[in-house]
Design a binder for this molecule. Structure first.
Ligand code: SF4
Length: 370
């Protein structure tokens, strides 16, 4: 993984007085920075480039976020959702996976950080305290990689102790990097789960530009286990490719060679799915990739998915591979129907409420075992 160095840091006028802005400008003191009174005009200008996504990754935009920080996961109708909350701290990613749905999902292609981070913590605290009977699983890795910029922002050093003090939540930091240095000596109380998106070696090598290797990710997880953190793994997106059964089983075997099952909070799986608008973006940006040319059908949520029997076969294979090592680790599917759950695993949480309960219990167990 190469260190990140933006070509320019654009600072919205209102963002200039925040501590995070000051520390980022100090960290990148040789990078030109420009006060940007009209960020929307800047975003519109980047959107007109031939490759807005690639251009957006070269710069950093510092903004104040005016909306809500804590949001429900953008679940799609007709599929069972995990009931996750997103802590919205920024947009975009320094890595460049060919399949990344953010390439067509985000209106703003610029790598963006919200510098009024303390407002995010204040809002989260108020939300957690308003509903003490509820359990909140919160993640920062939906619209960005949770740790890609952490060496520069050090946000984890505030987030982890913050969640350590809560009684009814956990934080999940999801990444494809090995940027775990800042986590080492933090007081976490088992309330931060560090998790890695994993794939087969072939997909990692061919499609996940800038990400750490699979072995390196698992070694980083092992270190986090050594520091007392629960860990998680996400096989998402599963991509059907030559010998995928064998390729994914190698990754699964590697997890269990290096990580005790008792320290794994959960493993999720989701087959590659995308809105039709992503295909031309992938074709332009990654002409060598074959992943959008499989046989897809349009799902009930408008997304393109592999045919149901192919998805079921893939889930059965990976589930069998996991169960060979552990019959206790919590395994779940991301955005699939009751029928697919039943046919893949032989059981189903039935609906979003059932899956949320299952994951709340898994989270509570992981916290209690720390
Ligand atoms: S790590 Fe995630 S957010 Fe970053 S480019 Fe890859 S898929 Fe997109």
């Amino acid at each position: 993984m190469n260190p990140f160095r933006p070509k320019t840091i654009f600072v919205e006028s209102a963002a200039s007085r925040y501590a995070l802005t000051e520390s980022l400008l100090r960290n990148f003191k040789d990078v030109p920075h420009l006060e940007t009174p009209h960020p929307k005009e800047l975003i519109a200008c980047i959107r007109k480039k031939d490759d807005p996504v690639g251009a957006g990754k070269e710069h950093l935009l510092l903004l104040t976020h005016k909306g809500k920080f804590l949001k429900r996961c953008p679940a799609t109708k007709n599929y069972i959702c995990c009931g996750y909350r997103i802590l919205h701290l920024g947009l975009g990613c320094t890595l460049d996976c060919s399949y990344c749905i953010l390439q067509s999902y985000l209106n703003n292609p610029l790598l963006t950080l919200f510098v009024n981070f303390n407002d995010a913590l204040r809002e989260t605290k108020a939300t957690l305290e308003r509903s003490p009977q509820r359990f909140f699983r919160v993640g920062t890795g939906e619209f960005m990689d949770s740790l890609a910029l952490d060496p520069y922002t050090k946000l984890s050093t505030a987030l982890v102790p913050f969640f350590a003090k809560t009684k009814n939540s956990i934080l999940e930091l999801k990444t494809k990097t090995t940027n775990i240095q800042n986590l080492k000596d933090l007081k976490h109380n088992g309330r931060t789960f560090v998790s890695w998106s994993l794939n087969s070696h072939a997909i990692q090598a061919g499609e996940e530009r800038g990400a750490a290797g699979i072995k390196a990710r698992i070694e980083a997880a092992r270190k986090c286990v050594g520091w007392g953190y629960p860990v998680g793994f996400h096989f998402d997106p599963i991509i059907l490719h030559k010998n995928y059964e064998l390729e994914y089983s190698r990754t699964i075997d590697r997890i269990f060679e290096r990580i005790p099952p008792s320290r794994i909070a959960w493993i999720s799986m989701g087959c590659f799915r995308f809105m039709p608008g992503l295909k031309p973006v992938i074709r332009n940006r990654f002409p060598e990739t074959k992943i959008p040319y499989g046989e897809f059908i349009r799902g009930l949520d408008g997304k393109m998915r592999y045919f149901k029997p192919l998805r079921i076969e893939a889930y059965k294979t990976l589930y069998g591979g996991i169960r060979k090592h552990s019959d206790r680790v919590t395994v779940y599917l991301c955005m699939e129907s009751d029928e697919v759950w039943e046919k893949s695993f032989g059981w189903s949480p039935k609906n979003t409420r059932g899956l949320s309960r299952l994951l709340d219990q898994a989270a509570s167990r992981a916290v209690a075992s720390c």
